[in-house]
Design a protein around this ligand. Sequence first.
Ligand code: AMP
Ligand code: ZN
Length: 481
Amino acid sequence: MKLYSTLDRKIVDIVPIKQGELSIYSCGPTVYFRMHLGNLRAYVNWDILHRALLYLGYDVKRVMNITDVGHMSSTDDFGSDFGEDKMDKQAIQEGIQPIDIANKYTDTVLDDFRSLNILAPNGSEIPKDLTHENIQEYGWSRATEYIQQIIDIVKKIEANGYTYETKQAVYFDVTKIPEYTIFTGQQLSEKEIGVREEVEVDDEKKNPADFVLWMKRVGKYKDHIMNWPSPWGDGFPGWHIECTAMGTSILGEHFDIHTGGIDHIPVHHTNERAQNIGTFGHPVVKYWIHNEWLLNKDEDKLSKSKGGAYTLPEIILLGFDPLDVRYFFVSINYKTKVKFSLEALEGAKNSRLSLLRRVQELGKKQGTVIPEYVERFKHELENNLNMSGVLALINELLKSNNPKENILSTIYDFDKVLRLNLNSEIVKEENVDSEIEGILKQREEARLNKNFLESDRLRDLILSKGYKVLDTPNGQTLEKI
Ligand code: AMP
Ligand code: ZN
């Protein structure tokens, strides 16, 4: 397998620590809001990696954290430690406890992942009834369940001489790590400009780039809702320590791959790497892999503040299927910046439906997988997840003069990685009974009148009768479920 390693600054051969096995830690969601498509891009990209590795025969050990405490918001890109706690802020706004916010949004994460056919970190499909209550069994780890491990790790870092304590916090002293800025190649002084503000917040802080390991429940945070006792007083963990604690307590002090968004490179992963060295005296992660941005129409990062940040339910309301979104993400490599627009999503939808139609035209009879195509498919996956190569290969396979049933079986085999439900059926309207036709007509009218609530209600009604409605440029089509 070849992937782009951020530290090596090039595509490298992934050599597993233990032959045949790959351990992966994926930075997961902070659960205080409904994720937008930008956030979801990362999880689909890493799902492709996960499924590709399983397809290639690796034994994958994967963990994804759920940040349900202490993720501070910052107005800059330097990861301020003294912002507002996003969980606390949202809890106050919604008038409920932070833990209820975390549970509520963990459930929406699971809903979105399920709709997008994303595997649970343990490699299972996400069951319909899986909720925040039993996710740990499926490979997610919640920060609030690892407070003891977090405290133990901070104690180790402290015992190893990498920390200092002020009235407000326990800090990691970044000057103790000679190659602290190895990811960016920045000078520490350049980084300091961005974090200077914080010196004003805690005048005992030694270097602007030092970051919090344990925040005390004093000063600005004296009313912080979530807090735990610790050797340094009541408080809560800093922004980065949970990933070191969970990653190493589950995967050990050496693991293969760590994934995240490119925004994690200069702060979160720089700090995580420093903590790893502070704890164990050596780096822990063999390959750091990062996904690129999903951009809005102004070529800015798609985000709530900069626009274009549709959630999955909003996209469904606009008449798309979650698998249109998956197709859109599947068709691009994780290292490619890509512009999102509803027109681009419409394009993905058309391509997906056309692929579905072509697969359907092959009939139902299955044969055997075609070894030559399987080898080429593996080759494209191993080549840094070359998804455009995969799609071109599928196109070639569909046009080839192999027996139809063998083409079909090969496509179904590839769908273990793509997970576009290529075995689902698009039903021609003439085969549908008149009751459903009537509902379809009403729905068309509702959509023409932009009555999306009604159109949605009718879509659910049709769904309860065993069909999924797809809105295509040529009108509604049905897919049997
Ligand atoms: P945030 O809520 O902005 O901290 O984002 C949470 C995660 O989503 C981070 O890992 C980001 O890398 C990822 N993310 C946010 N926006 C985008 C985007 N427009 N494109 C790709 N990833 C994103
Ligand atoms: Zn992380």
